[in-house]
Design a binder for this molecule. Structure first.
Ligand SMILES: Cc1cc2nc3c(=O)[nH]c(=O)nc-3n(C[C@H](O)[C@H](O)[C@H](O)COP(=O)(O)OP(=O)(O)OC[C@H]3O[C@@H](n4cnc5c(N)ncnc54)[C@H](O)[C@@H]3O)c2cc1C
Length: 392
């Protein structure tokens, strides 16, 4: 019997397995694919805080970023730049592989082609059933890290993410592009945004998040960028996925924890889930460490995980989700006016100088932005449903 079975060999599953293995527990990762790291539909941008906290190896970083250009629906531009690097663009496949290697080096085992289709809790432990060559395995506890769209959380009675957004992306040839560009507008990505993220001197990722028809909007975005000469026309091969916007109401059960996209631990503003998922992986592994030592894997004892990650991220996710819903209601004209107001009141400069505003933590920026009278006027006198910035 293993101590812990981790379902899913994405970055969050591998991080959980790594911490558990380092603590001396027998951990095995069950991955449905034949390899780790063939996740294509991810832009792979993480903040420098994530790079430092998780000691991300330079070899998996394609480039570092200090600045970005934001375009309004009418083509107005905001240029945001800080003197220090703010984020890194990952080679996502190499990153996933590096995270898995790190876990293996710490002693975690991996079994591929093992799609878990059922989990049953018994008095003695947990039985995990795989399709393919996995068979069935038993452990003292299970961590579900099987990403967005997993059916396992429903299977064990924890439900699924209540809201999500579709994502689409293609790798393109883009010579001479060296700035990240973000595009807003109902015609580009309804309620969301599109992006061009250079990865090398010759390549870039073009993608978008959208409430509807991501394939149609991505095709349109690719064609318009090609027409502008920003990318080369070609046979683009888009990939599609989705991002949960709201966490599960409960992320633990008897002998079971849920982490990462499977739990909905994602920034609802940008859709970034790598950092929050890995932060929660550490909380999950540390909770299990104590519970395994005490031999108490009851839901009552494991609910410490639920409380701790919500204490760290709950308010961020709540405010981010509120901001997302607000943004989705704005017309293109309102977004254009926001750009004008931000520029003419030098709000962009103030936010860039503000040490509380960072790539990974958005709630303070949202509260400060919406708290500005000029901005609130554009938003139609919208009031914050939570208290001021000092309370966050
Ligand atoms: C278009 C797009 C762009 C994005 N860009 C960014 C970005 O720039 N920055 C960022 O931080 N995040 C981004 N994200 C989100 C990011 O990709 C996810 O948050 C992140 O991959 C979550 O990691 P995870 O380990 O929880 O899940 P995943 O990476 O999805 O890994 C889950 C693993 O579980 C395996 N699995 C699934 N089901 C089973 C099963 N039944 N049995 C066994 N194994 C199973 C899968 O094969 C997979 O390997 C983006 C997402 C999209 C859609």
């Amino acid at each position: 019997m293993y101590d812990v079975i981790v379902v899913g060999g994405g970055p969050v599953g591998s991080r959980t397995a790594y911490v558990l293995a380092r603590q001396g527990w027998g951990a095995i990762v069950l991955e449905k694919k034949g390899v780790v790291g063939d996740k294509l539909c991810c832009t792979g941008i993480i903040g420098q805080e994530c790079v430092h906290n998780f000691d991300i190896d330079e070899s998996v970083i394609l480039r570092k970023v200090k600045s970005a250009r934001l375009f309004s629906p009418a083509g107005k531009m905001l240029y945001i730049k800080r003197s220090e690097y703010q984020a890194s663009v990952l080679d996502r496949a190499a990153f996933d592989l590096a995270m898995a290697r790190r876990a293996q080096n710490a002693g975690a085992q991996y079994r591929f082609d093992s799609a878990v289709h059922d989990i049953r809790v018994t008095k003695e432990g947990v039985e995990v059933y795989c399709e393919g060559r996995g068979g069935s395995l038993s452990a003292r506890a299970v961590v579900i890290a099987s990403g967005y769209g997993t059916r396992l959380t429903e299977r064990i009675g924890l439900g699924r993410a209540a809201d999500f957004i579709a994502g689409a992306q293609a790798e393109v040839v883009a010579k001479g592009q060296d700035e990240i560009e973000v595009y807003l507008g109902q015609e580009i990505a309804p309620g969301c945004f599109g992006w061009l993220v250079p990865t090398t001197a010759e390549n870039a990722r073009v993608g978008l998040l959208s409430r509807r028809a991501p394939e149609t909007y991505l095709k349109r975005l690719l064609e318009s960028l090609a027409a502008e000469g920003k990318i080369m026309p070609g046979e683009w091969k888009p990939s599609y996925s989705a991002i949960p916007l709201r966490p599960l109401r409960k992320t633990c059960g008897e002998r079971i924890l849920v982490v990462g996209d499977a739990a909905g631990q994602v920034k609802p503003t940008s859709g970034g889930g790598i950092y929050y998922g890995m932060l929660c992986a550490d909380i999950a592994a540390n909770t299990l460490n104590t519970a395994l030592h005490r031999d108490d894997l009851s839901v009552k004892n494991l609910s410490r995980y639920d409380r701790e990650w919500r204490r760290k991220l709950g308010r961020e996710i709540m405010i981010g989700y509120w901001a997302r819903k607000l943004f989705e209601r704005l017309s293109d004209q309102q977004v254009d006016r926001l750009f004008d107001v931000v520029k003419s009141n030098h709000i962009d400069e103030a936010l860039l100088e503000d040490k509380d505003v960072s790539f990974d933590w958005h709630s303070r920026a949202i509260v400060k932005l919406v708290g500005r009278t000029a901005v609130a006027r554009v938003l139609g006198g919208i009031r914050l449903p939570f208290r001021g910035s000092n309370d966050i």
